[in-house]
Design a protein around this ligand. Structure first.
Ligand code: PEP
Ligand code: MG
Length: 779
């Protein structure tokens, strides 16, 4: 049994299981009932009792859950598998979690419980009411024990059968691997932690969002409200950029309003679940909340905060002008004292312990795991924060599992930054000292947008999806039509679906290194060990996934381009030459031209795909410095049996020489050219793109770089050759604007940047047309 102190009251978990009914109505609940109704239920009951507008609800109590375990004889079966569990052993943890969840889901809910739930549901409304079913673990939502997102919520549930099923799913979610792990780490005993389930009328919000009653990091009395159209899930999940309002509790005035372009909303989908839909153009830029609504929300927030004596994280919704408070829980980081684990009323600022370059957006909390050697990545667990000097392609399997990535070295175009953005995993690069300052097991929060690392777990950090790295939805903005194609970059096939969901006009760069390097063997190893077919199949299958995600749209696949140092740790890596400066070394097309076998195997994979009918596959040669290299590569392909005049072959412009000699390339027969600005900048300015010491001198918009780009675009236009960009600079709206103004044909950006690039392109095109029309009028 554990005893938790909350606000001076002792809450005894695991005791007093008798005499509490299966169902409690909101009006009957007070915060002392947390043992029966969980943090969420208790908080809602409390708020209803102080007059806040909470939608109708009842709670299936923790005692009902216990009764379920007892009546179905599940207790021993579940807990015996936890007794000797080492939660650090990922495989064992997952197995125990799956076993427990399975037992809960397969057991039949005893009639003494299901009848009570049915009766309560009927009592809510004469008609079948649509409800939200939310888990409310009895250890959840307590200060300093915020397991946000770890237990399930089901929205838009209608009918008795669906309701009973959702309740049981909530119960099962108590035994998710991450939930078990966190409980173990926070010192909660699994035998005594229960789960209650809140069944609440679903408010079909016309607008909704979240509110921090005080500033979530500094604790200032500024209420921050984020709101968007439709259900609040769009704001909570990050699928939309919400409007932001700041309400100063001291002056009771709205002090800041930031209107965002809200492209999507989540609405109810018929009788079950929800769906993401486009917001009509007229509402996209409209202000969601009036000042009066902001003030009213601020007032409700204040009432909740005063009542609980601690700042709250509140979810709200508005229907036909009526505000509903949907959920409230403490912001755990404000007022936390290290030596008092569970409660504190004192304010202190969340501490920034390290800074770097924000390389992939998102906020995540977790446990630090410092990796000094790629061979140690076995110790990386789901949801950890990977801290390393610099990531390598062979670290990608570990990078998939983690909640965030921090490196000592690197800039916005380094390997860690590129892969993290694609995985949708927050990342900070170039911290210089992360591997020295951060220690294994330390709990931290990473803000991948701002490049800040905070001590401890901050509440706004979403818990990653179990079994996968956190993946944000990407708001489709494909309804905007642009004359300049907006394409997307892909490096790992698993990102293909997310990339396609952006509505991009094709793939402007598919880096195939990751397909090979993820196998942990060098291309040379496959050749030396007679495993050529394995190599070809891996390439073929990986590229096919991307081609299938973009039917009818061009996909430019780049031939291998990995510097030798990235191969070194792999099997076969011992045969790689030691180079003083691999960035200037044996990579890209120069290596392929001297390694006919390696090139031939790639061509074999392309040939199979063309033969299967994937005509939208184009091939792009990297690191080309002279037209002779393009011609030689083309001839090698011809020798491999490719009809080189029929297929689409092009080059990357990554070396100043290729920008300068672009006309010769056009004459040599390239069908397209794409600026690889990550390299073009480093080779034009002599700034190592991965060196954090010179990162501030790495300037994609340096006049010399722009000069090269401008000239090359003009030549390509004259020869009617598609001119594109696939370097990181193409993901910067400012650069995209400049490129459109200078006549680029297409822009290929990162998945997370597509929406903003498409907008920047559309705006620039419209401006150009408008200016042309005006100057014509003036004539
Ligand atoms: C580039 O150089 O801009 C590019 C896209 O290639 P990579 O980042 O893979 O070197
Ligand atoms: Mg490059």
């Amino acid at each position: 049994m554990i005893i938790i102190k909350q606000g001076g009251d002792e809450i005894i978990s695991g005791a007093n299981m008798k005499n509490v009914p299966n169902i409690l109505w909101l009006e009957e609940i007070r915060k002392e009932d947390i043992i029966s109704v969980g943090g969420k239920g208790a908080s809602l009951g409390e708020m209803a009792s102080i007059g806040l507008p909470v939608p109708r609800a009842f709670v299936v109590t923790a005692q009902a859950f216990r009764r379920f375990l007892v009546e179905t004889n599940l207790e021993d079966k579940i807990f015996s598998s936890f007794d000797k569990l080492d939660v650090e052993d990922n495989a064992a943890l997952e197995k125990a979690a799956d076993h427990a969840k399975d037992l809960v889901m397969k057991a039949k809910m005893p009639a003494i419980i299901s009848d009570d739930i049915r009766k309560a549901y009927k009592k809510m409304s004469a008609e079948e009411l649509i409800v939200a079913v939310r888990s409310s673990a009895t250890a959840e939502d307590l200060p300093d024990a915020s397991f946000a997102g770890q237990q399930e919520t089901f929205l838009n549930i209608k009918g008795e059968a669906n309701l009973l099923d959702s309740v049981q799913k909530c119960w099962a979610s108590l035994y998710g691997a991450r939930a078990i792990y966190y409980r173990a780490k926070q010192g909660f005993d699994d035998h005594t932690v229960n789960i209650a389930v809140v069944v609440q009328q679903l408010v079909h919000s016309e607008k909704a969002g979240v509110m921090f009653t005080s500033h979530p990091i500094t604790g200032e009395p500024n209420t921050i409200i984020e709101g968007s159209w439709g259900l609040g899930e769009a704001v909570v999940s990050g699928s939309v950029s919400p409007d932001k309002y700041v309400f100063d509790q001291r002056t009771e005035k709205v002090v800041d309003t930031l209107i965002s372009n809200k492209k999507v909303e989540i609405i109810a989908d018929g009788d079950h679940g929800t769906k993401l839909v486009d917001v009509s153009p007229a509402r996209q830029d409209a202000q969601v909340l009036s000042d009066a609504e902001v003030a009213k929300l601020g007032m409700y927030g204040k009432i909740a905060e005063n009542h609980y004596g601690i700042p709250q994280d509140v979810e709200w919704g508005i229907v036909k002008g009526t505000i509903y408070i949907l959920q409230s829980r403490p912001i755990t980081t404000i007022g936390q004292k290290k030596d008092n684990k569970h409660m504190s009323g004192q304010k202190s600022e969340a501490k920034i312990i390290l800074k770097g370059q924000g390389a992939a957006p998102g906020i995540a909390s977790g446990k630090v795991v410092v990796i000094r050697d790629v061979k140690d990545t076995g110790s990386v667990r789901e949801g950890d924060i990977l801290v390393t000097k610099m990531t390598n392609p062979d670290m990608v399997p570990a990078m998939r599992k983690v909640a965030a990535i921090i490196t000592d070295e690197g800039g916005m175009t380094c390997h860690a930054a590129i892969v993290s953005r694609e995985l949708g995993t927050p990342a900070i690069v170039g911290t210089k000292t992360a591997t020295k300052i951060l220690t294994n097991g330390q709990l931290i929060t990473v803000d991948g947008e701002m490049g800040l690392i905070y001590e401890g777990l901050l509440p706004q950090a979403a818990a990653p999806v179990q079994g996968a790295a956190p993946q944000r939805l990407v708001a489709p903005s494909s309804s905007i039509i642009t004359a300049t194609s907006v394409k997307v970059n892909v490096s790992i096939p698993e990102a293909a679906a997310r990339a396609a969901a952006t509505g991009a006009d094709g793939v402007g760069l598919l880096r195939i290194e990751h397909l090979i390097l993820g196998l942990n063997k060098t291309p040379g190893w496959f050749i030396a060990n007679n495993k050529e077919e394995e190599f070809v199949k891996e390439l073929h299958d990986g590229i096919k996934i991307v081609l299938d995600a973009f039917p009818g749209k061009t996909v430019w696949v780049r031939t291998l381009d990995a510097p030798t140092d990235e191969f070194r740790n792999m099997q076969g890596g011992e045969s790689e030459p030691l180079e003083h400066n691999p960035m200037l070394g044996w990579r890209g097309i120069r290596r392929d031209l001297q390694s006919p076998d390696q090139f031939r195997l790639q061509v074999e994979a392309f040939k199979r795909l063309w033969k299967e009918g994937y005509e939208h596959l184009g091939i792009m040669f990297p690191m080309v410095s002279h037209p002779d290299q393009f011609i030689a590569a083309k001839e090698m392909m011809r020798a491999c049996g490719v009809d080189v005049e029929k297929v689409t072959l092009g080059i990357m412009i990554e070396i100043p020489s290729s920008a300068i000699m672009i006309e010769d390339f056009c004459r040599a027969g390239i069908k397209f050219a794409s600026f690889g600005t990550n390299d073009l900048v480093q080779y034009t300015l002599a700034i190592d793109r991965n060196n954090e010491n010179v990162a501030d001198m790495y300037q994609p918009q340096h006049p010399a770089v722009l000069h090269l780009i401008h000239n090359a675009i003009q030549v390509c236009r004259a020869y009617d050759i598609e001119c594109s960009i696939c370097g990181q600079a193409g993901s910067d709206p400012k650069m995209a604007t400049w490129l459109v103004e200078h006549g680029i044909t297409s822009i290929s950006a990162n998945i997370d940047a597509i929406a903003k690039i498409r907008e920047a392109v559309a705006r620039t095109e419209k401006r150009i047309i408008l200016e042309a029309a005006r100057s014509k009028d003036a004539e």
